[in-house]
Ligand binder design. Sequence first.
Ligand code: C5P
Ligand code: MG
Length: 275
Amino acid sequence: ENPQLTPFEIFFKEIEKFSKLHMKDRDRVQEILQSMQKAGSKTLQVISDFDMTLTRFEYNGKRCPTCHNILERSDAISSDCKKKLQELLDKYYPIEIDSTLSVEEKLPLMVEWWTKAHELLVNQKIKKAGLAKAVKDSEAKLRDGYQYFFDHLNEHSIPLLIFSAGIGDILEEVIRQTEVFHPNVKVISNYMDFDESGVLKAFKGELIHIYNKKEGALLNTGHFQELRTRTNVLLLGDSLGDLNMADGVQDMENILKIGFLNDKVSKKHARSYAH
Ligand code: C5P
Ligand code: MG
């Protein structure tokens, strides 16, 4: 213990020990944290992306699956369809992470990817009853420290909104199987629509892809209205589009944005998050 250091300086040093943490403006981060701490946990809400933010990007040198990948690689999908979905991934994922393209250039291509993939999935007559097994058999992995993160927020009744362009039913199953789907968790995502016999017939509502989280947030004003006294926001994401997840928050006072830099991340991307 070093008496000359403030608690924040000790805290920053601790974090820097284990992670490659970049802060655009350390003083500003400290200011935000101090202000949030003073206001207390009753004024806090957490908004997080799911794939590659709450879940790991890689484990033992191997890529971990997204919600879509979990389903695509399961035995609910024929081998012919797996091949087509893989071709889509090979075509569109490099576009998703291409930092030389603008959001405007990427947006229509991302809509194309999600639409084509969902069409293929709907044609597979996927059974609701098989989703739990697909998740169980998968290599999905939440990030280190997930247990403390989820449990601690729940113990303090801090709402956690998981806002994902993945698949809601799969995401829920991941957090259910890891026993962290606590009552403080709310999910906004693409949900599957099943017919009376439990077979996938469509996806519900408006498609959420990585670049329309703003619109998704604005469609859920009810949620943000309920949380209007929680004017301090902790936002976690891995894509530039995730920065818009808090656009529905009312009367925001402070927002601390934390970005996870996974694959071929540009300096520009890093700068957008690091404050
Ligand atoms: O939860 P999150 O919003 O991060 O989910 C979006 C992710 O899902 C994207 O980063 C994308 O790479 C992935 N995805 C996928 N297969 C699709 C569509 C999206 O793996 N067909
Ligand atoms: Mg993500």
